[in-house]
Design a binder for this molecule. Structure first.
Ligand code: CMP
Length: 140
């Protein structure tokens, strides 16, 4: 049994459509515990820094503009194999390719407005969690 933490973001398309409760219900239903959570409106500088790994990609500018188009909810999820489990319940980046019943299959509007972000490795999870949260804000 490997207890892990991962970073989750409910994106502006989800907050705009008042879907945070429905998405949190799917997260908790999968056995993940929300051990930290806050609603933020990212600055351009913060969004660029968070997604710096994608800065050479052709969609970087649009991704940043979308992520600052409204509030987001940033969360730390904890549970057994939390990194992979969260990616499984999110579904594929492109909602057209996402398995039925996943968050993106149910809620995403497009590959860009795809409702949720989740860390893709344990190493990135640690970095992404520390980008948004101090240890004192994480309450198992
Ligand atoms: P996310 O998991 O937040 O990580 C990077 C994001 O870039 C991704 O989800 C998508 O929402 C967004 N994105 C926009 N266009 C593309 C694309 N063509 N390929 C991959 N990701 C894209």
């Amino acid at each position: 049994m490997t207890q892990q933490r991962t970073l989750s973001i409910l994106k502006p398309d989800a907050t705009r459509r008042n879907l945070t409760g429905k998405i949190n219900s799917l997260i908790e239903g999968a056995g993940l515990k929300i051990v930290a959570q806050k609603r933020l409106h990212l600055s351009k500088q913060q969004a660029e820094a968070f997604y710096a790994v994608h800065k050479e990609r052709p969609f970087f500018g649009e991704l940043v503009d979308f992520m600052i188009s409204g509030p987001v909810v940033v969360q730390v999820l904890e549970g057994e194999n939390a990194v992979q489990k969260n990616r499984d319940i999110m579904g594929a980046t492109d909602p057209k390719k996402a398995e039925p019943h996943t968050i993106r299959a149910q809620f995403a509007e497009s590959i860009e407005a795809n409702s949720v972000h989740g860390s893709d490795s344990l190493e990135n999870a640690k970095q992404e969690i520390s980008f948004f949260f101090a240890g004192i804000e994480i309450l198992p």
